[in-house]
Design a protein around this ligand. Structure first.
Ligand SMILES: [Zn+2]
Ligand SMILES: [Zn+2]
Length: 405
């Protein structure tokens, strides 16, 4: 049986739930040759079923590289009616000319239900600068929100002016989401005018600077992250970190390592390898794990510490995180959706804006470094469902990992 028939058999099986279908399509492709890329391409070049196309595109979105194949597939999908929607998953790899073609399809017949509009929704997030010339034709609220990222200085100025007249905090929030240095300057300029100082504490990092030190609230540049086999990159996911790990204060169960980034392999000029941990229990006694890395080992703050369990259930086995440059270096302005790509560097995409954690050693706000999503992987399910946010104080070698409930 060919790959397309095999995938159609899974997707069209009435006995399977949607999540089961997703898992089976991923499992089938993951064990196929060359990371399943040829099988996924074969299917997307042939299928006329938009459900089939969507499941397969979701898989390709989890796989790093294969830019040429992803582009070829997106070109075919564009001219194939309803299935074109699945191309939304491939936007980060598309050349500008193809992105522009999808924008033109949408502008020619702006229908929020059309397949092209789904693709343009992702274009707005990833490549807002290419959609911005058509901003007058964009009606969707979330696309407009995405277009804030990197918006021109005059627009930022007009938002500040409107805030001065109307004192509606919403306008400052919108201004912060522009995430350019000019927008950050404007947010910085209203420090003494904002009624509640707490608002400034979340507005400023959203715009790109820490509220106390004025340093960047993230590390640049920004990368998309993809889970891959162990050893494919120097950034380790899961596995046994050895030594002490944080323990749950309630049940004393050891946490597990989610990710250790290799400082040497990153352009961010970090002085040590940051590690991030998460809970294996459901106690939720605290929603943040804070660890300092010293030459003598890990020193856990606010939680007990103890030996690692040696298991890797949160991340399915020991893997690695392969990085590719993020198409939107200003930072995506649309709040995080239920399933979001892993990220290293750049600015965080909060479900709703939040104050950054404070480093327990120096007492300063910590910059964002990584986001890891508990969604599907080519290696099976993650042992958690949350979107985790990792922060890093480089001078103190302290990491903080948290989620947003
Ligand atoms: Zn516990
Ligand atoms: Zn510190």
């Amino acid at each position: 049986m060919g790959a397309t028939e095999e995938i159609e058999r899974i997707v069209l099986d009435p006995a399977l739930s949607v999540p089961d279908k997703g898992e089976r399509v991923i499992a089938f492709l993951a064990q196929s040759v060359d990371r399943g890329v040829p099988a996924a391409v074969e299917c997307l070049m042939e299928t006329a079923d938009s459900r089939v196309a969507e499941f397969v595109a979701v898989y390709l979105q989890l796989i790093h590289g294969a830019r040429e194949e992803k582009t070829r597939v997106a070109e075919r999908l564009r001219g194939a009616g309803e299935v074109a929607k699945a191309a939304a998953r491939l936007v980060p790899w598309m050349p500008d000319s193809l992105i522009d073609a999808f924008i033109q399809d949408h502008v020619a017949a702006p229908d929020p239900e059309s397949p092209a509009s789904s693709v343009v929704f992702t274009i707005a997030m990833c490549r807002p600068e290419l959609l911005r010339p058509y901003v007058d034709r964009v009606e969707s609220g979330s696309m407009k929100r995405s277009l804030l990222s990197g918006a021109p200085d005059e627009f930022a100025d007009s938002l500040l002016e409107r805030w001065r007249e109307e004192q509606d905090l919403e306008d400052l929030w919108t201004l912060a989401m522009i995430r350019t240095s000019h927008a950050a300057d404007l947010i910085e300029s209203v420090r003494d005018e904002v009624d509640d100082p707490v608002d400034w504490d979340w507005l400023m990092p959203l715009a790109g600077r820490l509220p106390d030190t004025g340093k960047p609230s993230g590390f640049h540049p920004a990368f998309m992250g993809f889970m891959a086999d162990a050893g494919e990159s120097a950034h380790v996911m899961g596995g046994d970190p050895g030594g002490d790990v944080p323990l749950c204060a309630d049940c004393k169960r050891p946490t597990e390592r989610i990710l250790t980034l290799s400082a040497e392999e990153l352009p961010h000029d970090l002085s040590r390898d940051p590690s991030f941990y998460w809970f294996t229990c459901e106690c939720a006694e605290v929603d943040r794990i804070t660890v300092r890395f010293t030459p003598a080992g890990t020193e856990v703050y606010f939680n007990p510490q103890g030996p690692s369990s040696g298991e890797s259930r949160l991340v399915p086995g020991e893997r690695s995180l392969v990085l590719e440059p993020h198409p939107n270096q200003n930072g995506v302005s649309l709040p995080a959706l239920p399933r979001t790509q892993h990220q290293v560097g750049g600015l965080p995409r909060w479900p709703s804006p939040e104050v950054h954690p404070i480093c327990p050693v120096c007492g300063n706000f910590m910059p964002f470094l990584t986001a890891i999503d508990g969604g599907p992987t080519p290696f099976g399910r993650m042992g958690f469902e949350e979107l985790l946010f990792g922060f890093w104080c480089d001078s103190c070698a302290v990491s903080a990992t948290q989620t947003q409930y």
